[in-house]
Every structure is written in structure tokens, then in C-alpha cells.
Design a protein around this ligand. Structure first.
Ligand SMILES: Cc1cc2nc3c(=O)[nH]c(=O)nc-3n(C[C@H](O)[C@H](O)[C@H](O)COP(=O)(O)OP(=O)(O)OC[C@H]3O[C@@H](n4cnc5c(N)ncnc54)[C@H](O)[C@@H]3O)c2cc1C
Ligand SMILES: O=C(O)[C@@H]1CCCCN1
Length: 392
């Protein structure tokens, strides 16, 4: 027989909406700072309807933009801290090669971001990592700090530490309405909660949620096909455990970029994906007919036959995930321009997982009115003109 239900607690120091990796890390930092925090998630956990599910994500120091690479030492340190707090392994160092053309500005910026780097030509890459075949004149910049984060395991770990520090995580509870004010009132499918501070980290649903706060953010959810490709010879080097991650920058065959991870989640299958997808509404992402052509898969097949000849050219497994892109693919980490006790973290544009420990710290600092520990200039809402609705 179920125990008689307790009267539900309704007042907190901070409410966080969305228990993906960004909201969970934000709540983790708040709870470690002894803030009484409520983390609300619309779906029962774990779920695969947002952006943070799956077994693997790339972590790397190599970034064309120095404002991200500068955050990486802090991020690596915080990931290690989480590993220590939970006694789990969350990261495997595999290295990563950035494939491109020498002199190409983004590739050169990546090289600079590494400080010490190693540049391999086609022959040197093939010798070091036999699965890769570069074309004449192309090079690979090696980031030896990089590797794979175990994504699902990481999400569980951060939520576990949040709870251990007294945080309240309520899943299966969708936020329907937000009433701004000195005390913010949040109405969900199950209750009404109040707090002097609110943080919105609702992934692909953020645009719709902030519209009711008079804010029109240029956020575009994209449906991404996550493809896994079988090696022709099981155990070959292209996808073996000693293989690095890779990503392309500025190659004409893949203008949006292609990236890959060694086989970790499915034995013998390498994850190779297009850094792009089709615009979607997160509520309707499954309505695309399964027979629809997949132009991104055609791009990947052609790339694989040229660059990764040890793999079959049709995907063996295809899953889906969501990106939420901003026009410049930089994150949004800022206060609501009108309601300064409402903070928004969104628009992670397919590269936010590795930085989630730092994102969470910055959102926590913004919400508590503290000086952020990194430069926030590139993440301001005001970089987009006309975001506030005229009536507000
Ligand atoms: C295919 C793919 C590959 C990627 N590869 C990498 C990579 O290699 N390296 C890297 O660093 N990053 C990568 N990323 C990006 C990274 O995974 C995302 O940036 C990150 O997961 C975004 O997290 P989030 O918390 O913002 O979103 P989400 O995980 O979607 O979390 C938002 C949560 O809010 C909840 N929510 C929404 N609305 C409400 C509501 N009204 N009430 C309650 N809850 C609500 C949602 O259900 C969801 O759980 C990749 C992403 C994809 C899709
Ligand atoms: O954030 C990353 O490292 C990767 C790069 C390639 C696209 C997906 N995200």
C-alpha cells in the first residue's frame, strides 16, 4: 500500500527547468552552494527525446574560437571532480584529429588553441592511424587531450551528486506556465512552485517557453541522424579502441563538418555523423516519413568511401538526437533582458556537452548575481537584435 502522501513542498531558492546535461550541471553547482534547488524535467528519466542521451560525446581542447578553448581546462577539471565524487569513469582519452587544409583559418586557429600541437600529413596519419586516408595536401592536427565522454553515465552521475547535496529532481512533470516577478511562479502538470530565481535550460523547447516571457530567441531545433558504420573487417584499426575521434574543418566535401568516434557503444561500429540536420519541431520530430531520403547520409557515405575505406558505406544503425542552433552557433548564457532573476542557457548548437560543467557554473553564477568566472561577451542575448516583443 502506498504511504500517505506528504504535503508537497512548493518554495525553493532556485528552480531549474530541464534536466538535460546543462540543467543538471546547473542544479549540481547550485546544490553544492547550499541553494535549495528544484530541477524539473517533463519526461520520466532517463529519456531519449532531447539532446543529452546516448553513450558518447567528444571532449576536446582544439577549438577554432579561443573563448571555448580557454574554458576547457576548467571543464576537464570539473569532469574529473565528478568522476571522483561518484567513483565512475566518465572519460576515455582517445585523442582527436582535426582534418583540413593547411592555412585554412579555422584549422590554424585550432592549432593555436592547442599551444603544443602535432600536424600530420596524409602519409604520417596513415602510418599512425591506418584507418584514415587523407587526400593530397590535406593535414591532420592532433589534439592528444581529447577523448570520449560517456554521456548517459555522466548525466546519471551529475544528477546523483545533485540529489546527494539535497537537491530535488522531479521528472515526469512538464512546466506549462511561468509567471515572472520578484518571486517567479512556475506551474507544471503536477503543481505550482515559487522561487526568487529561475533558470531555463529546456534544450529544443526553450524557444517556446521563453516566448511566453516576451522573448523571441533565434533558436532552431535540428533533427540529427546519428549513424553507426560497420567495419568491413571486424577489429580493424579504423574503429578499434586505439583509434582517435576526428572532425573535419573546411573540407569542401563536408561544408558543415563531419565527425567520428571510435567504436565504443556498439562493438565493431564506428559513429560517424554530419554536423547538421533538418529543421524540426521537438514535438513533431517523429513525423518525418521513415522512407524520406536522407541527404546527410549520402554525404556521409561518400565521405566514408574516400576517407575511411575500412568501413561499409551504408549505416548499420541510425538513431536521432536534437541540436538547438543559434545563427552564429555560439551558446546563449544570459539573464532575461527584462526579468533579471530569470536566466537562460540555450542554443548549444551541437557542441555543448563537453562544456556542461562550466556552463552550469556560469548559469549558477549569473543566477546568484556573482561575477562569472569566464568571459561572457559571446553568449549575450543582446547580440541578436529585436528579441524583446514590442508589447513587453
Ligand atoms: C547527435 C549529437 C551529437 C553531439 N555531439 C557532441 C559532442 O561530440 N560533443 C559535445 O560537446 N556536444 C555534442 N552534442 C551537443 C550536446 O549533446 C548538447 O549541446 C547538450 O546535450 C544540450 O543539453 P541541454 O541540457 O541543453 O538539452 P537537453 O538534453 O535536450 O535537455 C533539455 C531538457 O529540458 C526538458 N524540458 C524541455 N521543456 C520542458 C518543460 N516545459 N518542462 C520540463 N522539462 C522540459 C527536456 O525534456 C530535456 O530533458 C551533440 C548533440 C547531438 C544531438
Ligand atoms: O562538440 C564536438 O566536439 C562535436 C564536434 C562535431 C560536431 C558534434 N560536436
Amino acid at each position: 500500500m502506498a504511504a500517505p502522501s506528504q504535503p508537497q513542498k512548493s518554495t525553493y531558492d532556485v528552480i531549474v527547468i530541464g534536466a538535460g546535461i546543462q540543467g543538471s550541471f546547473t542544479a549540481y553547482h547550485l546544490a553544492q552552494r547550499h541553494k535549495d534547488t528544484l530541477l524539473l524535467e517533463q519526461f520520466l528519466l532517463p529519456h531519449s527525446r532531447g539532446s543529452s542521451h546516448g553513450q558518447s560525446r567528444i571532449i576536446r581542447s582544439a577549438y577554432p574560437q579561443e573563448y571555448y578553448s580557454r574554458m576547457m581546462p576548467d571543464s576537464f577539471r570539473l569532469w574529473q571532480q565528478l568522476e571522483a565524487e561518484t567513483g565512475t569513469t566518465l572519460y576515455r582519452q582517445t585523442g582527436l584529429v582535426v582534418l583540413g587544409l593547411p592555412g585554412e583559418p579555422e584549422l590554424e586557429a585550432c592549432r593555436r588553441s592547442l599551444g603544443v600541437d602535432e600536424v600530420l600529413d596524409a602519409a604520417a596519419l596513415a602510418q599512425r592511424f591506418p584507418g584514415f586516408r587523407l587526400q593530397a595536401g590535406q593535414v591532420a592536427v592532433l589534439d592528444s587531450t581529447a577523448g570520449v565522454l560517456f554521456a548517459d553515465r555522466a548525466l546519471r552521475a551529475v544528477q546523483e551528486v545533485f540529489r546527494r547535496h539535497g537537491g530535488t529532481l522531479q521528472d515526469g512533470e512538464k512546466v506549462l506556465h511561468i509567471e515572472p516577478g520578484a518571486t517567479v511562479t512556475v506551474t507544471t502538470t503536477a503543481g505550482v512552485y515559487k522561487a526568487p530565481r529561475l533558470i531555463i535550460t529546456a534544450g529544443a523547447w526553450t524557444g517556446a517557453l521563453v516566448e511566453q516571457l516576451g522573448l523571441h530567441l533565434p533558436l532552431q531545433p535540428l533533427r540529427i541522424n546519428v549513424c553507426y558504420w560497420r567495419e568491413k573487417q571486424p577489429g580493424s584499426a579504423s574503429s578499434g579502441s586505439v583509434s582517435p575521434c576526428f572532425l573535419t574543418l573546411g573540407l569542401s566535401q563536408a561544408p558543415h563538418g563531419i565527425y567520428g568516434l571510435p567504436s565504443i557503444e556498439y562493438p565493431g561500429l564506428m559513429k560517424v555523423c554530419h554536423h547538421h540536420g533538418s529543421p524540426t519541431d521537438p514535438e513533431k520530430r517523429d513525423q518525418a516519413p521513415s522512407s524520406a531520403p536522407h541527404p546527410d547520409v549520402a554525404v556521409l557515405s561518400s565521405f566514408i568511401s574516400s576517407y575511411l575505406p575500412g568501413l561499409e558505406t551504408q549505416p548499420a544503425v541510425m538513431e536521432t538526437c536534437l541540436y538547438t542552433n543559434t545563427p552564429d552557433e555560439d551558446f546563449i548564457l544570459d539573464r532575461h533582458p527584462k526579468f533579471s532573476n530569470i536566466v537562460i542557457g540555450a542554443g548549444f548548437s551541437g557542441h555543448g556537452f563537453k562544456l556542461a560543467p562550466v556552463v552550469g557554473k556560469l548559469l549558477c553564477e549569473l543566477s546568484l548575481g556573482e561575477e562569472p568566472s569566464h568571459n561572457m561577451a559571446h553568449f549575450a542575448i543582446t547580440r541578436f537584435p529585436g528579441v524583446l516583443a514590442a508589447a513587453q
